[in-house]
Write a protein that binds this ligand. Structure first.
Ligand code: AGP
Length: 612
């Protein structure tokens, strides 16, 4: 949940470092800092607050250097202050370290180092590593990589570490454990970063690093070893998206751009998924027909928005494939004695592929014998690499912390899984599957229709800007949509928001309703259980107590009692989340803008939560 960059090569390092940090600011923005490698001494500058504060501090006093490391922080240990900003240095000021993650045994480390005479400047766990490396480098005759290999053996926790020393400023050493680190291969220059967005302007050649692998980069090349020093062959891959995809493209915020990218994201995720024999193509699953038929249950593991996509999966997969689906918050699942075995298919949903809670939960599931399918939006990230199979969504890079297009494509992905399982298990005919798939192919155009009403939607939202709380009601597959709408409003508008199952209202939450309370109700699409009538009753119940009601309703649906009706195109009931979610994203976006919040980097949050 911090952004890390390293550069060594023919350029002046300050530019790729600062530009790289700008691309990674979404990973954390409590403070930022750099260390530049000049012969004999390091140039260190770091500031609390956003990258702009660091840039202002740098001014014209920056020495020319051809190597360096940079860091943008999401604070874990030690408040977001100048003193706690990374890099952290040893007492000679010649070795600098930056870190993403948590060193769980730093307290003991710190005590040992203090007893050996080291002086500490900060409250962070990271600084312990700087002093430890300084000692070990001396005992390894100045070999920083050897020092790193030995240091890691005494560290517990999750971390990506980069280190640089003034005596060999061209050399940067990195290591990762449960936290992302990727190498960028340039011509006469090389890069290290938390993700490829940091260096994609310079090279599209990347190398993935595995667990406990130590990488050394110089301007001439790279070397990867395991903790015993054995050399490992670099696993190179080409980055598939370009840097313009990671820019705002004329929108005020990445989030609005990504809301508008949803039609393409959904279309790209559906591309090629039905063959000419009307069969769903999901070769990634790597399960034989017998294994699919023997599946006893599915367990979905995820966090936040991805968890809401998992909830949609439950409704769709149980209806289509007739397999029990349990949806678990990853952070809870890991500490429960859950009942899973080799006839359980675990689906780990993650946009970033680096969420620690989800990663640890899938490891727990694998230990119990389950097969794990990742649904992920980030190529070669840790969760897909540790899964048995991966279904990549094709949303493109999602930079805004609040997830939008990734959510819709995660829902599309679980729909595809549900239809595939139903087909292989013979529960749905090819014609039924084809018809539903064709309905899904219509969704991008329907999302476009909704996006044509963005301006009236934004104006409507401004009328609720003074609200202190908003409630969201949904039923059946609209219940996860209500939860997602509430989460978006919380994380963007810093406003109390809560999603409820409509049927639960009378069991307590209705006590929250008072004069003027905004309630957004997702009206179920004509449902065999008459859920739309039940939701209309819920609307009357809250209206009778003074609520101001906004209803998300399908074109043509009868709605009584609403102050505003937001129309969405007609679609089959189970596909409603793809359409009903979009107005809620816009509502939350506009509320954040109206309140003057930082839309793309909301307070206290980070795009990828790589600590438990
Ligand atoms: C959603 O808007 C949030 N940014 C957050 O809930 C996010 O969905 C969650 O942290 C999971 O992230 P992942 O999909 O990268 O695993």
């Amino acid at each position: 949940m911090c952004g890390i960059v390293g550069y060594t090569g023919s350029q002046s390092a300050i530019t790729p470092l600062i530009e790289g940090l700008r691309r990674l600011e979404y990973r954390g923005y409590d403070s930022a800092g750099i260390a530049l490698g000049t012969p004999g001494r390091l140039y260190i500058e770091k500031r609390a607050g956003k990258l702009a504060n660091l840039e202002a501090a740098l001014g014209d006093s920056v020495p020319t250097a051809h190597s360096g490391i940079g860091h943008t922080r999401w604070a874990t240990h030690g408040g977001p202050t100048d003193r706690n900003a990374h890099p952290h240095v040893d007492n000679e000021g010649k070795l600098a370290v930056i870190h993403n993650g948590i060193i769980e045994n730093y307290t003991q480390l710190r005590a040992d180092l203090l007893s050996r005479g080291h002086r500490f400047e900060s409250d962070t766990d990271t600084e312990s590593v700087a002093h430890l490396l300084s000692d070990l480098r001396k005992s390894h005759n100045g070999d920083l990589a050897a020092a790193m290999r030995e240091a890691v053996k005494s560290l517990r926790g999750s971390f990506t570490l980069l280190a640089i020393h003034a005596d060999n400023p061209d050399v940067i050493v990195g290591v990762r454990r449960n936290s992302p680190l990727v190498v960028g291969l340039g011509d006469g220059e090389n890069f290290l970063a938390s993700d490829v967005a940091a260096f994609i302007d310079y090279t599209k050649r990347a190398v993935e690093l595995g667990q406990d692998e130590v990488v050394t980069i110089t301007s001439e090349g790279i070397e990867i070893t395991n903790l015993d020093g054995a050399k490992l062959a670099p696993k190179e891959y080409e980055i598939t998206w370009d840097s313009s995809a990671a820019q705002k493209g004329g929108f005020h915020h990445f989030m609005l751009k990504e809301i508008f990218e949803q039609p393409k994201a959904v279309a790209d995720t559906l591309l090629g998924r039905l063959n000419e024999r009307n069969q769903i193509v999901l070769d990634e699953l790597h399960l034989t027909k017998e294994e699919v038929q023997d599946l006893k249950k599915i367990v979905v593991l995820a966090c936040g928005t991805a968890y809401h996509a998992g909830m949609v999966a439950k409704y769709a997969i149980e209806k289509w494939a007739k397999i029990t689906v349990e949806v678990e918050l990853a952070s809870e699942f890991r500490y429960r004695d859950s009942v899973i075995d080799n006839q359980t298919l675990v689906i780990a949903i993650s946009q970033s592929g680096e969420t620690m809670d989800t990663l640890m939960a899938l490891r727990h599931a694998k230990e119990a014998g389950a097969r794990v399918l990742a649904v992920c939006n980030t190529n070669s990230s840790t969760i897909p690499r540790e899964s048995d199979a991966v279904l990549y969504t094709h949303a493109g890079p999602e930079i805004a912390v609040a997830s939008t297009k990734a959510f819709l494509t995660q829902v599309i992905a679980v729909y595809l899984i549900g239809l595939y399982l139903a087909q292989v298990r013979g529960v749905m005919s090819d014609v039924e599957v084809k018809n539903l798939f064709n309905e899904m192919v219509e969704l991008p155009g329907k999302i476009e229709q909704i996006l044509e009403t963005v301006e009236p939607l934004r104006e409507l939202t401004r009328g609720f800007a003074s609200s202190t709380s908003v409630l969201f009601l949904g039923r059946n597959v609209g219940f996860p949509v209500a939860l997602e709408g509430a989460l978006k409003l919380k994380e963007l508008a810093y406003m109390h928001a809560e999603g409820f199952a409509g049927g639960e209202l009378k069991h307590g939450p209705i006590a929250l309703i008072e004069e003027g309370t905004p309630v957004i109700a997702i009206l179920p699409i004509g449902h065999e259980h008459g859920l739309d009538e039940k939701m209309l009753s819920n609307i009357q119940e809250v209206k009778a107590r003074g609520a101001r009601i906004i209803v998300i309703a399908q074109e043509g649906a009868e709605v009584a009692g609403a102050e505003h009706i937001i129309r969405i195109p007609v679609a089959p009931a189970l596909l409603q989340p793809i359409l009903a979610t979009v107005p809620l994203q816009v509502f939350a976006y506009e509320m954040a803008v109206t309140r003057g919040n930082d839309v793309d980097q909301p307070r206290n949050l980070a795009k990828s939560v790589t600590v438990e």
